[in-house]
Design a protein around this ligand. Structure first.
Ligand code: AMP
Ligand code: MG
Length: 265
């Protein structure tokens, strides 16, 4: 699938065009296909829910203002909320910090028949944690392999895992942070901490290059989604989820009754 990080590729985000639109001229050119994918996603989710044996986990990671919230809002807009949960991972609570880094992740995995969306994830434990030296390198370095093994087990046990890195460039981040300051309805989203993180852009780049290089596996692939253009970002994420669900081909269980033999009086 497009934008998938192939096994064994050394990823350098600086070499990937965040403004790529995959040949689509503009938003209008992609609109019909996006609407179709969003509708198809609803249909496939209904089948996944009815089948009630497997589930799908969608992991979203990005720099601040990269569009995680917007992606969820648009891509999942047609989906029945009953079969879908979003979990946002913040700085660990006292209880979470008192456990291993995968504890809170395991607890948030989607139920059978459900789509789970992670807004940030266990990857923060090799990103922000690395950039801010929250644990020694000897600890976070082990985590790439620990994450791969964890995700392998999760997928073996019936949860398909898709991971999207929403790729914006530094200029686009500047525009988006400025837009939060300019629009009173968006200012609540602005945090002075975002500016401090922006100062560490290159450190995050390096940390993300490692994540994408080391943790894109057969069983839990990463996708680098060009995300400067929100409409293209939405299209890529929606299309990838649809294709994956189509491949999973969920089927409602066989009826346990013969409908023709039942009379409702
Ligand atoms: P936001 O997504 O903007 O609400 O911010 C959530 C914040 O929590 C971000 O600054 C993340 O880097 C931070 N965060 C998430 N997971 C972790 C973690 N495991 N360790 C430290 N900080 C984290
Ligand atoms: Mg934020």
């Amino acid at each position: 699938m497009r934008h998938r990080v192939e096994l064994g590729t050394k990823v350098r985000l600086d070499d990937i065009d965040a403004s790529d639109t995959g040949g689509y001229a503009d938003r209008a050119a992609a609109a019909v296909e996006l609407a179709r994918d969003v509708a198809r996603l609803d249909e496939l989710q209904d089948r996944l829910y009815a089948e009630n044996t497997r589930s799908l986990l969608v992991v979203l990671q990005a720099m601040d203002s990269g569009g995680k919230d917007g992606t969820i809002k648009h891509v999942m807009s047609g989906v029945n909320p009953i079969g879908c949960q979003v979990t946002s991972f913040k700085s660990p609570s006292e209880e979470e910090a008192d456990h291993d880094f995968l504890w809170r992740i395991g607890k948030a995995l989607p139920r059978r028949g459900n789509i789970g969306i992670f807004n940030r994830s266990h990857y923060e434990d090799v990103l922000v944690v690395r950039v801010h030296d929250l644990v020694p390198p000897s600890v976070w370095r082990e985590r790439f392999d620990q994450i791969n093994r964890f995700e392998r087990l999760v997928s073996e046990l019936g949860t398909r895992v898709l991971k999207f890195y929403l790729h914006i460039d530094r200029d686009e981040q500047k525009r988006r942070l400025q837009a939060r300051l300019d629009d009173p309805n968006k200012t609540w989203k602005f945090s002075p901490a975002d500016l401090a993180e922006r100062q560490r852009w290159n450190d995050y780049r390096e940390a993300y290059d490692d994540v994408l290089t080391k943790c894109s596996t057969e069983w839990a692939p990463w996708f680098v989604v060009p995300a400067n253009k929100k409409w293209y970002r939405n299209l890529v994420v929606a299309r990838t989820i649809v294709k994956t669900l189509e491949e999973m081909d969920p089927r409602p269980p066989r009826p346990t009754v013969d409908p023709k033999k039942i009379v409702i009086d």
